[in-house]
Design a protein around this ligand. Structure first.
Ligand code: ADP
Ligand code: MG
Length: 349
């Protein structure tokens, strides 16, 4: 055989192989696309985005959307049909609530106790006076806040099974824990439907199931609390990641000051504890959600000592000075993005 013919055979063989390779890659891509289901919608005052892989993904996502809407109907503070509305207008009379509302309230009260009231599910009257619920923001007088704080106190909420008694004048709000709890309910629902790979994003509360379909860890961005974009990336599987900060929901008063939506129950003013954001990582979304809010109120020293006493979660604190402090356990799962290499990262042990 002549050298020229051998070369042309080899070339056509390579062409065939390349063609087959491209076909296979294409087929695989289509297969992944086919088995990916997603939905984005507005609920619980935020954007919710759900993505599930696998044959049952579609069914799971559909069921999840219905579930979110169902839970929102229970917990909306403004919907006159909601259980929270019924409680907030019960004039001190007992109200029977669903098992879901009962569960979440029990959890919120337990976390309020554990965080010594940094998480305060009865902060709603104060929140209202700042106008955070209506968007008509104002800066209340100190005297007004003092009066309102008389109607704040998780230890006065009485529960007997799912029968709740809220003293007259007190009001509940699940703003700090509802999305995390919902995330857990959705993770259960996805798993029941056989989904092994999924990402749930409830307004920045991220919960991932398993790994990516290709077996790699999910890559979750860590928001820059000082501007747009992401400071770094967390590589994780089967985890919830929840961030609290005052960089998304806030208003600028006539005095030019910025007022955030996380309230320090000690004085009724937006928490200014020296933190720009707190990110909590744990298996359960509800724990992450409760803690991210509470640790934000506590500030860096309080957050570190709380973590040292509990150690059943990981956290990333971004301080008002732009330092990143994270618990030792996530050292190997975090990397700074390009352009942020000069940010100081320290580890909490
Ligand atoms: P986001 O809703 O942005 O994810 P958080 O989980 O930190 O943020 O919850 C903040 C919400 O919780 C507020 O908008 C308000 O409804 C409520 N809230 C504010 N301060 C407190 C507090 N100290 N304890 C419990 N709930 C709070
Ligand atoms: Mg929270």
């Amino acid at each position: 055989m002549k050298l020229g013919r051998i070369r042309s055979k080899i070339i056509s063989l390579i062409m065939i192989l390349l063609f087959l390779g491209a076909c296979l890659a294409g087929a695989r891509k289509i297969k992944t696309e086919e088995s990916k289901a997603d939905a984005s919608f507005f609920a619980m005052s935020t954007y919710v985005s759900l993505t599930a892989y696998g044959k049952t993904g579609d069914q799971a996502v559909l069921g999840a959307q219905e579930k979110v809407e169902e839970l929102e109907k229970l917990w909306s503070t403004t919907d006159k049909e909601s259980e929270i509305f019924a409680l907030n207008h019960s004039n001190g009379e007992p109200v029977d609530v669903s098992s879901e509302t009962g569960d979440l309230l029990r959890f919120a009260l337990k976390m309020a106790q554990e965080t010594e009231g940094a998480l305060e599910p009865t902060i709603y009257p104060v929140l209202l006076s700042w106008g955070f619920t209506t968007g008509e923001n104002r800066v209340p007088q100190e005297e007004e806040l003092k009066l309102l704080l008389q109607n704040v106190g998780y230890d006065r909420v009485f529960m007997e099974g799912n029968r709740v008694t809220l003293p007259d004048g007190m009001q509940l709000d699940f703003g700090a824990v509802g999305k995390g709890y919902t995330g857990d309910v959705l993770v259960e629902l996805f798993k029941e439907k056989g989904v092994k790979s999924a990402v749930l994003d409830l307004g920045g509360n991220i919960q991932v199931i398993g790994t990516k379909p290709d077996g790699q860890n999910w890559r979750v961005g860590l928001r820059n609390p000082y501007g747009e974009g992401y400071l770094g990336v967390l590589e994780v599987c089967d985890l919830a990641i929840v961030t609290s900060g005052n960089y998304e929901r806030y208003f600028v008063g006539e005095d030019g000051k910025t007022y955030g939506h996380i309230i320090d129950p000690a004085d009724g003013y937006p928490a200014e504890s020296g933190l720009a954001s707190v990110t909590v990582l744990a298996k359960e979304g509800k724990l992450c959600d409760a803690l991210s809010t509470a640790l934000f109120v506590m500030g860096p020293d309080g957050a570190v000592s709380y973590w040292r006493q509990h150690r059943d979660f990981d956290m990333i604190l971004i301080t008002g000075e732009g330092e990143i402090c994270m618990t030792e356990g996530i050292r190997d799962h975090f990397s700074l993005n390009n352009g942020y290499d000069d940010w100081e990262v320290s580890f909490i042990e």
